[in-house]
Write a protein that binds this ligand. Sequence first.
Ligand code: DGJ
Length: 735
Amino acid sequence: MPTKLTEHKVAAEKMVLSVTDQFHLLTENTQLSFAVTDQGNLFTTYFGKKLGAIDLSYVLKDVNRASYLADTYGIKNYKVEQLPLTYPSFGTTDLNQPAVHIEYGDDGSRISDFRYISHRYLVEKPALEGLPSTHAIGKVTSLEITLLDAVKNVKLYLTICAFEAYDTFTQSIRLENLSNAALTIDRLMSTHLMFLKDKFEMISLTGAWGREAYVQRKALTQGFQGVSSARGASGHGQNPFVALVDPNTTQNTGEAYGFNLIYSGNFVAGCEVDMHQNTRVQLGINPFDFSWTLEPTESFTTPEVVMTFADKGLNQMSQQFHQFYTDCLVPENFAKKERPVLLNNWEATYFDFDREKLLALADKAAYVGAELFVLDDGWYGRRDDITSGLGDWYPNEEKLGGTLDELISEVQQKGLQFGIWFEPEMICEDSELFRQHPDWMMKVPERTPQIIRSQYVLDLTLTEVQEYLISIISTLLEKYDISYVKWDMNRNFSDIYSTKLSKNRQKELAHRYILALYHILDEITKAHPDVLFESCAGGGGRFDPGMLAYTNQIWASDNTDAIARLATQEGLSYAYPSVTVSGHVSAVPNHQIGRITSLGTRTAVAQNGNFGYELNLSALTESELTKIKADVSRYKTYRKTLQFGQHTRLEVDNPQNEHAWQKSDDKLVIVTMIQTLVKPNSVAKRLRLLDLDDKVNYQDESGKIYTANELMSIGLPVEKPTHDYFAKVYVLTKV
Ligand code: DGJ
């Protein structure tokens, strides 16, 4: 195997295209294969259904060469732009969007040529330093492939891990500067994958505040398409998830490739269809407004990307993500623990609460059977509206009518656990923290910073800010018996500048912020493993696997309307397990959009996520409270299946108007059917269930018994909707 550039050159003169080595990473049903050519170029020859460790070198050779594309290394027809390079760099003959773009400090050149020098199988699935990453469960094969730019003496390490039982792969890249000069990374993707076809549709999760994660599916066309964020967070309007599917792929049939980046900051997730009908998928840190200076001997590691392939439709793809995240990503302490039914006071009181109101709410929460009382924004510093207080993380005893301890113990005496809200990353101008440390926020010297929701973003990269947040939050969690923390973040970045960074490093700030956030979260969550953390960013403004590595659940949307939530919860279910997606029953008319839906519909939708309440129970009638009490009690009976059962999106006649979700485990199948608008002169339908155990029968709540095949072939009879916003939940028990 040639290891030096000169040797590659000799080989190049001799031959056209010959493969010298192949690696196959196999899972139970899928595989990812690589080949190295004589020139030392690394190609991804295959990703898909398992074929076995066979010779796939012909994939590279059979390509018809297009006119006008450049030959490489002077070899006729060695046109790498048309070949599935695993990690193309800018400046050789592949002139599409590269995976890596570096500016070298010694001469200002921006051309790299990374070639294979070695590979090794790692004994353990490596964790990423400073970044969230997945951990091994079951058999994991980890392959590290090393590429070298021999002219600049810079190495790229591709670490690709195959999680056998999950049919899932992860990949991360590390760049090591072994030269004597600094270099600047302008682009370093976590994955680049090229398919030698373009007949795909791309699915992404898009929207805005209040309508997060709506599914968008469209055919690929030549050029770029995808989602990205430059907001400092993954964002409400886009999610670091993308799937490529066949045009014919449905929920239950067809091929689907799913990609998800374990990252919470500025990202890009998209595709480029080139001039010759090839498709390149790339996910990674958004290169826009990003660069990173790497001094000699230093390394830079990209976030980890998750890649999964399914040949039985979108449900299978999603279920692979769900299982993988539950087992290998979210914090283990709560990963498989049933989550408490909570009551959050936000929509019940907003900032307008006192001890009496809180305890009255807690009383009712205990009466209906809730298990956790969450005190949202407004308990600290001076905070009676959004204009003041952020940063002052000490209890406002005047407002609480006593100490926080006293409040907690009174809540606990009612049989409830106590949870609390923080927004640690922010600061209000009107706060003690600001008066003491006006220099702790992000702002550009001499410019007036943008004030958004009356708050500024703290510069988390400052060590003193990190220390303050870790110490103040940890102290509170040590001092008070707090079982749950809601970690909120209510604005995006502007005024991106850090006084700590030199002028040529300012483009590092957005990424350094996320690294600092992960550090803070890591310290706090590890020190308090018994506290359940939920993250939130004005709802689903940072719903991503990066946050899920520290917080077991995420508030999906500030829009608590059951009907608007259908699309959000359905969208999030493409990648994220139901138990990570928090959903609460709220008041009607709904506070965000004014819609009136029945309690039954609100409950049916919310309980398909991580269930709770967010309304003024004190304002409800006796009969409403009795109904809620019965709902909570029923929910607890089925909680395990609802939180951890396999989630399947059932096929419906009109997906714009109907949603049908199936949760199943070894004991139960729970089907939720919701129809938004009633259809005149319609007839009752049947819902064909999926993936049932055909060795057993299923009994519905009336006692009727069906075989699994009946339910999968003829379908479960469902009620005819009689009004708008109609919901019905069916419980089937295995008999
Ligand atoms: C935004 C969150 O999404 C809400 O649930 C609530 O916690 C408010 N922030 C409090 O300011």
